[in-house]
Design a protein around this ligand. Structure first.
Ligand SMILES: *[C@@H]1O[C@H](CO)[C@@H](O)[C@H](O)[C@H]1NC(C)=O
Ligand SMILES: *[C@@H]1O[C@H](CO)[C@@H](O)[C@H](O)[C@H]1NC(C)=O
Ligand SMILES: *[C@@H]1O[C@H](CO)[C@@H](O)[C@H](O)[C@H]1NC(C)=O
Ligand SMILES: *[C@@H]1O[C@H](CO)[C@@H](O)[C@H](O)[C@H]1NC(C)=O
Ligand SMILES: *[C@@H]1O[C@H](CO)[C@@H](O)[C@H](O)[C@H]1NC(C)=O
Ligand SMILES: *[C@@H]1O[C@H](CO)[C@@H](O)[C@H](O)[C@H]1NC(C)=O
Ligand SMILES: *[C@@H]1O[C@H](CO)[C@@H](O)[C@H](O)[C@H]1NC(C)=O
Length: 925
């Protein structure tokens, strides 16, 4: 994703650093040792230094010295005036002192890449009348760009980019005075309030380089009347990351016909690729990625673009097959194109053999489409190819050595997520040295791929789910020092791992060997591993290897689903950088070590399904970033600690299910306002449910994408925990934001279920079964509109089932069995579609779906034979019809006295009203 845009940025860098003269911004910087600096200017500079937080970056600025020799200063060799102040990236911090106003002969001012955090725009620069070059990019300055910049009529180069809180609130009228400006970069300056911006910038006769990326620009048709007499010289135009629609094209083709580099990526373009591009035959770079462009072909006119080297269309809605798409491309474009990127579109069909004619291709991105069929052997002709990405398609067939015979320069190879078979001779030595090898879910054969032995410099190796069933050969562990991502998961790798502590992986390597058949003990790994996924193997023994870690780079350790055992080592401080620790489903025993409290960055802690004993160590209070505590299925005991509620405010998942916790629920638990899964089932917890349960507010709030707007991969990976869902064990991953669950079943809780529980309206599952709750089911139960699963079975609940239960439209699992509920199960609701077992064990409960009829159904409660017979008959014929007639009658107010005494339903006015409304609706249909 966004590989094109990266490429475009690289290009800009290249243009700026190597090719600056070509774009017309070079300066004759004169230095002469004989001219001494002017005292007033020296004082001004010293004053500037004084306003910095830490003057050490300017240590060469000493009061005794000639300021013309100071770092970053250049003086005119005629007059001795300071002409250049260049502090780019000197890491100065603090205020920009207006003392610089004294430097009236300054032509070049560069304060970029320093930290003037939150300081407002240094308006005084508008009075440095001789300025030609002003660079305030990456300075963190804020506020409004002043109109006074219009006074700098000699300005050639202006860069205000990447100051995210900088804003041009009014207009760009000041720009018109900058008739010499050749370079203007306002990337990330908020220009959303500026009307008619396109014409303002087009008035600048000398402008060559214009970047208005991420400026909040939109196209309104009235803005886009092309400025007829503008003769734009623009060579580079970057309008990426705005809100522009296709009307921008009209303006563009009318105003700039000599563009060389154009990016409109990540806008709102929804049309097909315009024919008119063919008239800009100077184009070398065209980046239209990240839009919603449609269509099945490139316009014929593109054949004229003999200079086009980079053509990006990634991340659009283009469709059709590549034959159609490329059919108009002929002649010179075939020879000029070097970078062709159409990943993440909707292309289908086979890949044409003719792709092999694009002999100068360096980057070819076809990933994330739905191409079918084999990879043509003509790919082997692309002898300049450095990057080939066909991953995530529906390609089939065999890839052989022939495909790669001439790809001497290939560096990055993405074939994964297809149904490709890779078949090479055992001794094949590829002609290339790859840095990225991404082959996940390709069939690589049973044997470990020997050709990898020839590859000495890869940084990424992904061969997961590749059907390999072999030991990992010893030579493999002599890995490239560049290796930062190793994914060999989901194969049938077996055997032991050797001691890897002296293997030289790249820094912060991610190693994923999960879901294989590796066994033996877990060896030592190099100390600078960042993530270690070893889950779903057969590793055994203890995990004392963590005590060998000496750096704190390990942030993810997943050892779940193995046969590991022993007590936890008490050396968790050796890995105190851990964010995610998963030891679930092993045979660990003993106490949870106290030193686990040193994991102060820990967010995800999974220890479930082991044999841990003792209390939750109070040292876990230090782990205040914890969002997940999953300690179910152990033999832990003690009170549910009250500090959980106060020390772990971010907790989202708390599962202590199936342990030996006792005592009552601490009120502090109600402080867990982020909790989404609270599972304390299968313990010995007594007492009552506190009324403050309504304070678990995340269970009453609609799902938000996240609390801070960023849902990391890391988070998505780990947000899961096993729990009982509709009566069965389940595991929810990723979607947890939507899953809000309380399970207090199989404890010793008693008293009434507090009505406050019904304010947790986003709950989708509530399980209070197997306790000793008394009282009746609250009439407000219907407020829990999102419940899909409700289990109140095996308590001592009395009274009738509130008819409001039928308001819960998604309720698909209900168990009220084994209580003392009575009366008639509300009829005409989804309750009748449930299994009778949901209601059994309530001797006084009657009606469908239970087999026992209610007395009033068997023996109509009135003794007027005529009426009753009538009622009974009709009910037998059609329950729906009689109830409908009945309620209509009710509405007419005519049977009240008659039925009032005997019909328990009448007591529930709410039910009647509700049924009336719904029946009335049915009749109206
Ligand atoms: C300034 O000094 C440089 C080198 O010291 C020299 O090449 C240049 O001609 C001088 N310019 C003037 C205007 O004296
Ligand atoms: C600079 O611009 C401002 C407003 O645009 C103007 O009032 C002022 O006279 C100009 N000249 C100087 C030297 O500041
Ligand atoms: C840009 O400014 C407008 C108007 O002041 C504001 O509504 C908008 O949120 C700003 N955009 C960003 C990205 O800050
Ligand atoms: C890809 O194309 C194949 C065959 O044309 C089709 O069966 C399949 O549904 C498509 N897959 C997607 C994700 O569009
Ligand atoms: C629950 O929240 C209310 C206000 O929202 C607060 O007054 C009360 O103290 C809280 N209860 C507990 C036990 O934290
Ligand atoms: C349940 O509560 C009732 C009434 O409060 C009590 O008599 C009974 O002993 C309790 N049963 C259990 C198993 O705690
Ligand atoms: C209805 O009549 C029967 C006999 O016909 C009698 O046994 C019964 O008590 C009466 N029930 C009521 C509610 O009046």
């Amino acid at each position: 994703m966004r590989s094109c845009y990266l490429q475009f940025l690289l290009l800009l860098l290249e243009l700026l650093s190597c090719n600056a003269t070509k774009l017309g911004f070079s300066f004759d910087l004169r230095i002469n040792s004989e001219v001494k600096c002017i005292e007033e200017e020296r004082q001004a500079l010293l004053q500037f230094k004084q306003h910095l937080v830490d003057p050490s970056p300017l240590s060469s600025w000493n009061s005794g010295e000639d300021c013309c020799k100071w770092e970053g200063i250049k003086c005119s060799n005629k007059t001795g005036h300071v002409v250049t102040l260049d502090l780019q990236g000197k890491q100065v911090e603090g205020e920009i002192s207006s003392s610089l106003l004294e430097l009236q002969y300054l032509t070049h001012l560069d304060l970029s890449s320093n930290n003037f955090f939150g300081k407002s725009f240094p308006n005084f620069v508008g009075s440095l009348a001789k300025l030609q070059h002003l660079d305030l990019s990456f300075t963190h300055i804020v506020g409004t760009i002043p109109q006074q910049l219009g006074n700098l009529s000699g300005l050639i180069y202006l860069d205000l980019s990447y100051n995210f809180d900088l804003m041009e609130a009014h207009d760009l009228d000041w720009l018109i005075h900058l008739q010499s400006l050749t370079h203007l970069d306002m990337t990330s300056v908020n220009l959303s309030q500026v009307l008619n911006w396109p014409n303002k910038v087009m008035m600048l006769p000398s402008l060559i380089y214009l970047s208005l990326s991420d400026c909040g620009l939109s196209t309104m048709t009235h803005q886009l009347r092309s400025s007829a007499n503008s003769s734009s010289q623009l060579l580079l135009l970057n309008l990426s990351f705005n809100h522009l629609n296709c009307s921008i094209f009209h303006w563009l083709f009318n105003s700039s016909t000599s563009l060389v580099h154009l990016s409109l990526s990540y806008n709102l373009l929804q049309c097909s690729i315009p024919e008119a591009f063919g008239s800009i035959n100077s184009l070398q770079t065209l980046d239209l990625g990240g839009n919603q462009l449609v269509g099945r072909s490139i316009p014929k006119s593109f054949g004229n673009l003999c200079a086009l080297e980079l053509f990006c269309l990634e991340d659009n809605n283009l469709s059709g097959n590549l034959y159609e798409f490329m059919s108009n491309v002929s002649g010179c474009l075939v020879d000029s194109l070097q970078f062709f990127e159409i990943s993440s579109n909707r292309f289908t069909g086979p890949l044409p053999e003719s792709i092999g004619n694009f002999s100068n291709l360096v980057n070819l991105g076809l990933g994330g489409n739905n191409f079918t069929g084999p990879l043509p052997e003509s790919f082997g002709n692309l002898s300049n190819l450095e990057m080939l990405n066909v991953s995530g398609n529906s390609l089939t067939g065999v890839i052989s050595e022939a495909h790669f015979s001439n790809l001497f320069k290939l560096k990055r190879l993405f074939l994964g997520l297809n149904s490709l078979i890779l078949k090479f001779n055992y001794d094949w030595i590829p002609p290339f040295q790859l840095s990225v090898i991404s082959l996940s879910s390709c069939r690589l054969g049973l044997a470990f791929p020997k050709w990898l032995q020839s590859q000495k410099h890869y940084a990424i190796l992904e061969i997961s789910n590749a059907g390999i069933s072999d030991i990992i050969p010893a030579w493999f562990w002599d890995v490239p020092v560049e290796l930062i991502d190793l994914d060999m998961s989901h194969n049938q790798l077996h055997g032991n791992l050797p001691d890897l502590s002296s293997s030289r992986f790249g820094y912060y390597v991610v190693i994923d060997l999960s879901s294989n058949q590796l066994n033996g003990s877990i060896p030592c790994f190099p100390s600078d591993v960042a993530s270690l996924y070893l889950s779903n193997n057969s590793f055994s023994g203890n995990i004392s290897f963590i005590c060998e870690f000496t750096y704190q780079s390990l942030f993810l350790l997943d050892l779940s689903n193995n046969k590991l055992s022993g007590e936890l080592p008490d050396c968790w401080m050796h890995v105190y950088g851990l964010i995610n620790l998963n030891l679930a489903n092993n045979n660990f025993y003993g106490k949870i070590s106290h030193s686990m409290g040193s994991l102060v960055s820990l967010e995800f802690l999974h220890l479930s399904n082991n044999s841990f004993v003792g209390n939750l160590p109070s040292s876990l209070q230090n782990c205040s970033y914890l969002t997940t505590i999953d300690m179910g299925e152990n033999n832990l005991s003690g009170m549910v600690p009250s500090w959980i509620g106060d020390s772990l405010p971010r907790l989202t998942i708390l599962s202590l299910r199936s342990n030996g916790f006792y005592g009552s629920l601490p009120l502090n638990l109600c402080h867990l306002s982020n909790i989404q899964l609270l599972d304390l089932s299968l313990n010995k917890i007594g007492g009552t449910i506190p009324q403050c349960i309504k304070n678990l507010t995340s269970m009453s709030q609609k799902w938000r994408a996240s609390h801070n707007g960023i849902y990391s991969v890391q988070r998505a990976y780990a947000d899961h925990a096993p729990f009982v869902w509709k009566g069965r064990m389940a595991m929810f991953e990723n979607s947890l934001g939507l899953v809000k669950i309380i399970d207090l079943s199989s404890n010793k809780l008693h008293g009434e279920v507090p009505e406050e529980l019904t304010s947790l309206t986003e709950l989708i599952s509530l399980n209070l079964s197997r306790n000793n709750f008394t009282g009746s089911i609250t009439l407000k139960i219907g407020l829990l509109q999102n419940l899909q699963s409700l289990d109140l079975s095996r308590n001592q609940l009395r009274g009738e089932i509130p008819t409001s239960i039928s308001d819960i439209s998604f309720l698909s699992y209900l168990d009220l069995s084994n209580n003392n509920l009575s009366g008639k199960i509300p009829t005409g609701t989804q309750l009748q579609s449930l299994n009778a077992s949901a209601f059994m064990g309530n001797p006084e409960l009657c009606g469908s779906p239970l087999p026992n009829k209610c007395p009033e159904d068997l023996y109509p409660i009135c003794n007027d034979t005529r009426t009753c017979k009538n009622v009974d008959n009709q009910e037998n014929v059609d329950d729906g019809l009689i109830t409908q007639g009945f309620y209509v009658a009710m509405a007419l107010g005519f049977v009240v006295g008659f039925w009032g005494v005997c019909c328990s339903l009448l007591l529930n006015l709410r039910y009647i009203t509700m049924r009336l409304i719904s029946n009335a609706r049915m009749m109206l249909r």
